[in-house]
Design a protein around this ligand. Structure first.
Ligand code: HEC
Ligand code: HEC
Ligand code: HEC
Ligand code: HEC
Ligand code: HEC
Length: 281
């Protein structure tokens, strides 16, 4: 029994380097990326311009959970009724939430209900989500450790020890959230991103040899474009990603000696240079 409880306590702590989080404020403080900002200013600015920094919002600050909490299978009548079960979307949009408890879920539901965007913006896929919880597989992240490209014992931030994670440089690292298909572990099952499935079955299976990071993190850049709020940049990127070739041959067809029928042959070839289908979903 004592052993079982110890195992349970371990579960509650999964991914949050040991502290037990019981309020939404604690969750925000613990995962606050601004504590990495002073020394990693450039990476911080890149990250902040990415969709990862606003993972509970769609385009133009649209709070998408607002609709899902009010209508349909994930909805509640009042925020106080919400539990973690109403937040299956957090599996990928806010994974740190799922290691907390129903009290935090109720507080988050109230924030969404009241359209408190200032607080919503502080709930995101920050440095520790990727460099801790998501950086290891088959085990929990070590207490007080962060993960990166090499071992270090002399890291200056609040985490002195960095461990190498080879996993972070693999497509499966991104695939944890970028989706294989329906998530059948939930009742009801939900589906959002399926891009990692497309990468495996439509790109690697046909000879593609680049990783997500090869294409999306040149020079360890953390801005992960496209940012759909920047329409001009997204258009330029999509034009380059999907080159379009058009061939046109006009001619006249003469089905009998009195009729002349104008005809045109149009050939359109759209190539996809990405490592997966576009758009996703
Ligand atoms: C398997 C992981 C996963 C789950 C579960 C998931 N999402 Fe997503 N979602 C993503 C990823 C990754 C993206 C962005 C990339 C993409 O669409 O390819 C995304 C994008 C979105 C977007 C568009 C955001 C934008 O900036 O354009 C919305 C809205 C959204 N999800 C809502 C939801 C809702 C609501 C749920 C729960 C019903 C949910 N998602 C569940 C992974 C997931
Ligand atoms: C979406 C996941 C993700 C987020 C969020 C994220 N990182 Fe990273 N980070 C990575 C990956 C992947 C690598 C490359 C790992 C590799 O190549 O092995 C990396 C590499 C790094 C490196 C090494 C750079 C180098 O040149 O050696 C630093 C430093 C770093 N990140 C800091 C941060 C900080 C600070 C934040 C928050 C502002 C952050 N990261 C947020 C995924 C992330
Ligand atoms: C007081 C300054 C300071 C703070 C605060 C700080 N770091 Fe660092 N970090 C450094 C320095 C210096 C390096 C080494 C940079 C180099 O080698 O180019 C580093 C390196 C790293 C690396 C790269 C390890 C590798 O080689 O792959 C990661 C990952 C990292 N930091 C993550 C973080 C995260 C996440 C935070 C916030 C929780 C953070 N750091 C806060 C100073 C800091
Ligand atoms: C913890 C889950 C998680 C991890 C790990 C993760 N992502 Fe994301 N990513 C998301 C979510 C969720 C969004 C959409 C956020 C929103 O706008 O609501 C997103 C957005 C993006 C976008 C912007 C385009 C879009 O559709 O919003 C790109 C590009 C991207 N991710 C690439 C990557 C790559 C490459 C990796 C691996 C190095 C990675 N991500 C790791 C969850 C994740
Ligand atoms: C061969 C290069 C390449 C590889 C490999 C690749 N991508 Fe992409 N990806 C692109 C290009 C090109 C785009 C188009 C937009 C752009 O250029 O920013 C794109 C777009 C995206 C988008 C936005 C999708 C949308 O709905 O518009 C996401 C999210 C993304 N990639 C994530 C990933 C993840 C995760 C992986 C690995 C599983 C990956 N990519 C592998 C090149 C690549």
């Amino acid at each position: 029994m004592v052993l079982a409880m110890a195992a349970l306590a371990g579960l509650v702590q999964a991914g949050d380097s040991g502290s037990k989080i019981t309020t939404l404020n604690q969750l925000i403080e613990h995962y606050d990326s601004s504590r990495c900002q002073e020394c990693h200013a450039e990476i911080y600015a890149q990250w902040q311009s990415s969709h990862h920094a606003e993972s509970l919002m769609g385009i133009n600050d649209f709070s998408f959970m607002s609709k899902y909490l009010r209508q349909g299978p994930l909805s509640v009548k009042r925020p106080e009724e919400a539990t973690l079960a109403n937040f299956s979307c957090a599996k990928c949009h806010l994974p740190q939430l799922l290691a907390t408890n129903d009290q935090v879920a109720k507080q988050l539901a109230a924030v969404i209900w009241n359209d408190d965007k200032q607080t919503l913006r502080r709930l995101n896929i920050g440095c520790l989500v990727c460099h801790q919880g998501k950086a290891v597989v088959h085990q929990r992240p070590g207490r007080g450790l962060i993960y990166g490209r090499q071992d270090r014992e002399d890291h200056e931030g609040s985490f002195q020890n960095i461990r190498r994670s080879a996993f972070m440089n693999t497509p499966a690292f991104c695939g944890q959230c970028h989706g294989l298909g329906p998530n059948f572990e939930f009742t009801p099952p939900i589906q959002c991103a399926t891009l990692y499935g497309s990468y495996l079955h439509g790109y690697v299976a046909t000879g593609g040899a680049r990783t997500c990071n090869d294409c999306h993190m040149p020079g360890q850049n953390h801005s992960f474009p496209p940012n759909f709020n920047n329409r001009a940049d997204t258009t330029v990127r999509l034009r380059a990603a999907l080159p379009l070739e058009v061939e046109v041959l006009p001619y006249t067809f003469q089905p009998d000696h009195k009729k002349l029928q104008p005809m045109v042959v149009v050939g359109v070839t759209i190539r996809n240079r990405a490592g997966h289908r576009i758009p996703d979903g």
